[in-house]
Design a protein around this ligand. Structure first.
Ligand code: SF4
Ligand code: SF4
Length: 546
């Protein structure tokens, strides 16, 4: 029999097939994107509320089905699937109420008639949600509990899978991603928060960016005045790529691995090296407006700004947590970094540009903690009771960055730094003006411990398979369409196409769900001269691509 671990991430799903008897990983399958339109959890939430939770749920299930098919095992041999993710992803997967996650504050929820939903651990038959789609008669699904309303199973995983929960010294843990989850522990007190970093932190939304996957530039180092690219291989292990002159783009030496794009950690290293090597004396201005890392792979001033905004949001949230806790910055002893960005990032470079506090005495890099926890529960069902017991004991307070004045003030400083090159001394003067304690200089020597080489440490004997194109098409009638095709031309992702049916009488918009940018875009809606484009009535097209 087999069990499956599944991490429903905001930028894509990750899953492993495990042989239950041998407790061995057989195969890993990941998607290069999320099936819901949009690049962050709020876009996903907005899509689900506007278009329908049933459509959003079906998109999630159809995508998981595609992953399960890649494992190529008989459905009746799957005994258990353990799933982890943030509360929005887990709710959409289970087809549960989500509106309580959209409205902060009990009064607002009450006025809208939204009941607070308990997100306790759940065990239920797989066919409850997979019936008629991918029936698994002998399979149960296990979902670990949330700690409380805003603190989901993914945050619990990040605390449990690292040493965070057992630390006696002040420590910080961050699951780096589009929505960066973080927690600060001082004695028995735990405070949590999340920063809407945006997709650039994972390499999306930048011109030559890609998620961490085979061919992604994950790091850069200086070698004889030139830059050596580190590229992820087929098993997601970092290996040697070309040696380049980043100003001219001249390749001095081909490495063993050919880069296809750059991921967020690669951009972090690019920025750190550009500052250190004197190529960017004022942020975000690069020589001739760009650095050339390989044929067709460039980093522009705009990319620096985009990644800077993401780093700025994470740094502002880190500092806000520490300020609001009342701790002294100097007391921070451990910083744990998890997720693909936490794993592959060059920690020295991350300290240098502030995505991890430079004054933390120790930095420990972990892999994918959500998948790690799901794996443990999938292999040993009794682990769930242990996890429930720990979740009940955790007394954690959640700090909402959206309503924090401290966060707002620090984030303004970060934006000024990344968009206008505000110098560090002016930054500190601004903090003083806002009456926010000024953070100390970076410590010169810190202990950096990398506990894993890859974010998924063991991909299994059949290796890693990537679902690049989820291939689900959403369709809506555009009854008044005049076939001007302006929506298609306006779409930055080539995600919409107008088709005709029934002898050209009926017109429909077809939207590629994975590639559509969702709420944050809507350019096709705005440009439509007859206002017939309506994303709220999209439904899954029956004959979506295979
Ligand atoms: S912009 Fe509007 S009218 Fe023009 S093709 Fe698209 S849906 Fe039709
Ligand atoms: S233009 Fe429309 S279809 Fe294209 S990404 Fe934007 S919202 Fe999606």
């Amino acid at each position: 029999m087999y069990v499956i671990s599944l991490d429903l991430g905001t930028s894509g799903f990750r899953s492993q097939l495990i042989d239950l008897d041998k407790k061995e990983t057989i195969k890993t399958v990941i998607t290069m994107g999320h099936p819901l339109p949009g690049g962050n959890v709020m876009d996903h939430l907005d899509f689900a509320m506007a278009t329908g939770e049933d459509v959003a749920h079906r998109l999630m299930i159809e995508t998981v089905k595609k992953i399960l098919e890649k494992f190529d095992v008989e459905p009746e041999k799957i005994e258990r699937i353990a799933v982890c993710g943030n509360p929005i992803q887990l709710s959409l997967f289970q087809n549960m109420e989500i509106r309580d996650l959209a409205y902060a504050g009990e009064n607002k929820q009450k006025s809208l008639g939204v009941k607070d939903v308990k997100r306790e651990a759940r065990i239920f038959p797989a066919n409850e949600i997979f019936k008629g789609i991918f029936e698994m008669d002998n399979c149960e699904i296990i979902v670990p509990p949330a700690i409380k309303h805003e603190i989901g199973a993914d945050a619990l995983a990040m605390m449990l899978e690292t040493d965070f929960i057992h630390q006696t010294e002040p420590c910080l843990v961050t699951d780096y991603g589009t929505n960066a989850e973080m927690a600060l522990k001082i004695g028995d007190r735990i405070m949590t928060a999340s920063a809407a970093a945006g997709p650039a932190i994972e390499g999306q939304g930048i011109a030559c960016g890609m998620l961490a996957g085979p061919g992604a530039i994950s790091d850069l180092t200086v070698e004889n005045g030139l830059w050596r690219l580190t590229v992820l291989d087929r098993t997601m292990s970092p290996g040697e790529g070309p040696l380049v002159d980043p100003v001219t783009g001249e390749i001095a030496e081909e490495g063993g691995l050919i880069p296809k794009g750059i991921t967020g950690t690669g951009v972090i290293s690019t920025i750190a090296l550009a500052i250190r090597e004197g190529l960017m004396t004022k942020i975000p201005e690069l020589p001739n407006g760009k650095l050339i890392l390989s044929e067709n792979i460039m980093i522009s001033n705009k990319d620096v700004e985009e990644v800077g905004k993401a780093i700025g949001a994470i740094r502002a949230a880190h500092l806000t947590l520490m300020v609001e806790s009342g701790m002294k910055f100097e007391d921070l002893t451990y910083s744990y970094m998890s997720g693909a960005t936490g794993t592959y990032v060059n920690a020295e470079n991350a300290r240098y540009i502030g995505s991890v506090p430079g004054f933390s005495k120790n930095i420990i890099q972990f892999g994918n903690t959500s998948l790690g926890l799901a794996r443990k529960i999938a292999i040993d069902r009794s682990k769930l009771d242990e996890v429930i017991g720990i979740a009940k004991k955790i007394q954690a307070d959640h700090l909402m960055m959206a309503t924090s004045e401290t966060f707002k003030d620090i984030y303004i400083c970060e934006l000024s730094k990344w968009q206008q090159g505000m110098p560090e001394d002016v930054y500190k003067q601004m903090l003083e003006m806002y009456k926010i304690p000024v953070f100390p200089e970076n410590i010169k020597e810190v202990e950096i411990e990398k506990r894993v080489v890859r974010d998924i440490d063991d991909v299994g004997k059949l290796g890693l398979e990537i679902v690049k194109d989820i291939g689900i098409i959403l369709e809506a009638p555009v009854v008044d369409c005049i076939l001007c095709h302006k929506c298609e031309q306006e779409c930055p992702e080539d995600a919409v196409i107008i088709i005709q049916k029934d002898g050209e009488k009926e017109r429909y918009a077809n939207v590629d769900s994975q590639h559509c940018l969702g709420t944050s875009c809507r350019r096709c809606v705005a440009i439509c001269p007859v206002q017939t484009m309506n994303h709220k009535i999209l439904k899954i097209r029956k004959s979506s691509k295979k």
